[in-house]
Design a protein around this ligand. Structure first.
Ligand code: KIV
Ligand code: ZN
Length: 511
């Protein structure tokens, strides 16, 4: 058995199913490029039948991708499978991923199907997919609560019908590592044609065991791990890609497996997914948290200065984390700025570069020292919002301890400039009221969060806004040296996503 473990990234499908994590087409294309820079083996780009937005995203990602296998999810239904194949047409390496539940509970309650009908559906769905593409993955949804004998029959049928990858998901995050590893060992041993397919893990994190289970699955014989950047996904999320990859790499002494991932791209991928989704990464998150390589205690600092390996089991550089450097001030020129962007891994088109440079100069007028983090926040904000229908043109507010706050706000909506004055309990409330008035939206504000990008009272603010309308949840982020402007940009970014989401249909629930 080969020791190569394929990395199947599902940030754009299972990850996007996190409440509030919806992404625009442009954002998905940026993430897909980053996934190719990471050198993932498979990108699950969406669920083609779920909405026109998903279809288009899969189609465009298939068009732009140069190396990865591009995959669409499909239920065990001919219409789903045909739609997936249609979306994948431009892909150099297309894969259809079809699934059906195999646990007694799901078959009886959710599918209302007899086990024998589920076996027939497996045969017909995999055969249908295989008649359209060469590369077919079949998943036994809720595998970890399925009966082993039944699952072995299901797997054998799927492989006979042409499945080349067999995924056994822990859909509800219920398994423990020993159990999950043993499931793979048993299935691979008992299914006569198991050698004709690659087995795959897909673990949810409800008990915080998704990464441990994925690794156990590999020890049990799986050679593909399904995971997401930052571990985003349904409920408590999926196995985090950065964690499984670095666990395999760092513990190669007892985990003799290889992935093809360019680990130096991990930090940038994590930042991008966090900016796009508005899900901030917790400080103590493994590999990509702000404190993952920080040493606070004197004893630790002393040890690390003498020899980094005293308290570091991997280097920050190995995951692409560069030291926070004082980069420039307002006198830095266009060339220095372009060099810095290159160094930080950005490739911007002319327009985006000009806009970012303008904002960088404006920031330099207000803030003496500009750090890498400032540039990352500014560029991410600019790139994420540049193509939005609604743009913030100008904001000004007045507030005092004596009365209500007032805001003057100008927006550009579909190329038309609109303007209003609104009141509120404070300046942010006044600005949000003005945006609601101009956009005719009245969503519920679920979350408003501010954090300073760097130290100091002149730091840029990075705001996150989560809005809810008729059960649709969206996140928006905005960064600016003026906190109220950052808040306005975050609210407008979320409002843009709400408009996009209104046009999309919710897919039937899958984990
Ligand atoms: O968690 C799950 O079972 C899934 C399948 C659709 C693969 O996401
Ligand atoms: Zn899942």
């Amino acid at each position: 058995m080969s020791d190569h473990v394929r990395i199947f990234d599902t940030t754009l499908r299972d990850g996007e199913q996190s409440p509030g994590a919806s992404m625009t087409l442009e954002e998905k294309l940026r993430i897909a490029s980053t996934l190719e820079a990471l050198n993932v083996d498979v990108i699950e780009a969406g669920f083609a039948i779920a909405s026109n937005g998903d279809f288009e995203a899969i189609n465009k990602i298939a068009e732009q991708s140069k190396s990865a296998i591009i995959c669409s999810l499909a239920r065990a239904a001919p219409g789903d499978i045909e739609r997936a194949a249609e979306a994948l047409k431009p892909a150099l390496k297309p894969r259809i991923h079809t699934f059906i539940a195999t646990s007694p509970l799901h078959m009886k309650v959710k599918l209302q199907m007899e086990p024998s009908n589920v076996l027939e559906a497996i045969h017909s769905s995999v055969s249908k997919a295989r008649s359209l593409v060469e590369d077919v993955e079949w998943s036994a949804e809720d595998a970890t609560r399925s009966e082993l004998d039944f699952m072995c029959r299901a797997v054998e049928i799927a492989i006979n019908a042409g499945a080349t990858t067999i995924n056994l998901p822990d859909t509800v995050g219920y398994a423990t590592p020993d159990e999950y590893g043993a499931m793979f060992r048993n299935v691979i041993e008992r299914v006569p044609n198991a050698d004709k397919a690659i087995f795959s893990t897909h673990c949810h994190n409800d008990l915080g065991l998704a990464v441990a289970n994925s690794v156990a699955g590999v020890i049990g014989g799986a050679r593909q791990i399904e995971c997401t950047i930052n571990g985003i996904g349904e409920r408590a999320g999926n196995a985090a890609m950065e964690e499984v990859v670095m666990a395999l790499r760092t513990r190669g002494d007892i985990l003799p497996y290889e992935t093809a991932i360019n680990a130096e791209e991990i930090t940038q991928a994590s930042r991008l997914v966090s900016t796009v989704t508005g899900f901030t990464v917790q400080n103590n998150k493994a590999i990509v948290g702000a404190n993952a390589f920080a040493h606070e205690s004197g004893i630790h600092q002393d040890g690390v200065l003498k020899a980094a390996e005293t308290y570091e089991i991997m280097t920050p550089e190995s995951v692409g984390l560069k030291k926070s450097l004082l980069v420039m001030g307002k006198h830095s020129g266009r060339h220095a700025f372009a060099d810095k962007l290159k160094d930080l891994g950005y490739e911007l088109g002319d327009n985006a570069f000009q806009e970012c440079f303008k904002r960088f100069k404006a920031l330099g007028d207000r803030k003496k020292n500009i750090y890498d983090e400032d540039i990352i926040a500014l560029v991410d904000d600019e790139v994420a919002t540049a193509l939005n229908r609604i743009q913030v043109v100008s904001v000004s507010t007045h507030s005092s301890t004596k009365g209500r706050a007032i805001s003057d706000l100008a927006l550009q909506i579909d190329d038309e400039n609109v303007y209003t004055v609104a009141y509120g309990a404070g300046p942010i409330d006044a600005v949000f009221n003005a945006i609601k008035e101009l956009t005719d939206l009245s969503p519920h504000l679920v979350l408003f969060q501010v954090h300073a990008v760097t130290k100091g009272t002149d730091a840029q603010a990075e705001c996150t806004v989560r809005l809810e309308e008729d059960g649709r949840l969206v996140n928006g982020q905005g960064a600016h040296e003026d906190t109220v402007t950052a808040a306005a940009r975050a609210y407008v970014s979320a409002a843009n996503k709400l408009f996009v989401k209104r046009e999309r249909q919710a897919p039937s629930a899958v984990g």
